[in-house]
Design a protein around this ligand. Structure first.
Ligand code: NAX
Length: 326
């Protein structure tokens, strides 16, 4: 058995938390031989629900779970954390537009960024799920100056998985046959699911599917899938979001086996994306590090979509400029 790692999850009593914790506890994320201590953060009004979640976790008797800590104090939750899932935030309600959401949730990530800076492991890996996740990751990163910015990511893996699901269904193959479709930009409806390097059972996606579908219904379905789930289920994606968070962290932690995966991280200027913007890029992961695949050709359509996402994320960054420290 390996040494126990500390895994923090915020919003642990919420819908995504309820699906995510069981996957982490069972070994799906960090490996079947990796013991974990779970450090769960909620706000005071969520503490009673968290108590119930912790009771159920104990009742699941997971062999890999070393200890479970529940708290409403970020410094306790993030203490020596090796991996952090920033899930907790206020969900968007009908009366809110995106800028209201940015304003409501931004301050949460100032406090959590500072706490990560103060107490987490210096090698911590952070995934931000709470929306608007790209900009929340940017805020947390800006408030944790002692942690390298590459250790702060946001989740676009759900969008990638949705793209895989659409391609698999249309081609009539299992999802495992689809490789290297990935997301550019923001986890918002401007995102670009790029099919140009994807393969379907070894064949190029651009040969298998017609261009009209790839730039039309495929793109539209992936970009608006969150809304469609809310309409159908009466609640936002939870199990699929938790599953995507596990995929993101598992690949980062254990490697992506040469596959391209989508991760949003602070740009270092790749593909002309302004430095610091948390933007989803094609990545490969190996030995606990992600590398942006920085040499893919960009055509006019892809460039227009990348530009659209840069512009949206610049606007979001501007809207939270007072939360980004010096
Ligand atoms: P829930 O409302 O079910 O749960 C959120 C939990 O976070 C609640 O228990 C709440 O008490 C807690 N919380 C709120 N503020 C907190 C804080 N400051 N510290 C700790 N905990 C806090 O929402 P859920 O369905 O679990 O969704 C969580 C977040 O994921 C939302 O922001 C949602 O928009 C976002 N999503 C992101 C996705 C992505 O692909 N990046 C997809 C799914 C989801 O929409």
């Amino acid at each position: 058995m390996k040494e126990t790692i500390r895994v923090a999850v915020t919003g642990a009593a919420g819908n995504i938390g309820y699906a995510l914790l069981w996957r982490i506890a069972s070994g799906d994320c960090f490996g079947a031989n990796q013991p974990v201590t779970l450090q769960l953060l909620e706000i005071p009004v969520g503490m009673q629900r968290l108590e119930g979640v912790m009771m159920e976790l104990k009742d699941s008797a997971f062999p890999l779970v070393h200890e479970i800590i529940g708290t409403d104090d970020a410094n306790t939750a993030f203490k020596d954390a090796d991996a952090i899932f920033l899930v907790g935030s206020r969900p968007r309600t009908k009366d809110m537009d995106r800028s209201d959401l940015v304003a409501a949730n931004g301050p949460i990530f100032v406090g959590q960024g500072r706490a990560i800076d103060a107490v987490a492991s210096p090698n911590v890996k952070v995934i931000t799920v709470g929306n608007p996740c790209n900009t929340n990751a940017l805020i947390a990163c800006a408030n944790a100056p002692s942690i390298p910015s590459r250790q702060f990511t946001a989740m676009t893996r759900l969008d990638q998985n949705r793209a895989v699901g659409q391609m698999a269904e249309r081609a009539g193959v299992p999802a495992s046959k689809i490789h290297d479709v990935f997301i550019w930009g923001n986890h918002a409806n401007t995102m670009y699911p790029d099919p140009r390097f994807a393969t379907i059972d070894g064949e190029k996606a651009t040969d298998v599917f017609d261009q009209d579908w790839l730039q039309g219904d495929f793109l539209g379905t992936v970009a608006t899938r969150g809304k469609a789930i809310i309409e159908a289920r009466g609640a936002s994606s939870a199990a699929s979001a938790a599953s995507a968070a596990v995929d993101h962290m598992r690949d980062w932690w254990q490697g992506s086996s040469g596959r391209i995966v989508s991760m949003a991280l602070p740009s270092e200027g790749w593909y002309g994306v302004p430095e610091g913007l948390v933007f989803s890029f094609p990545c490969r992961c190996e030995n606990g590090e992600m590398t942006v695949v920085d040499d893919l050709p960009i055509d006019a359509f892809a460039q227009s979509k990348i530009n659209e996402n840069i512009s949206a994320l610049m606007d979001e960054r501007e809207a939270v400029s007072e939360l980004l420290g010096d």
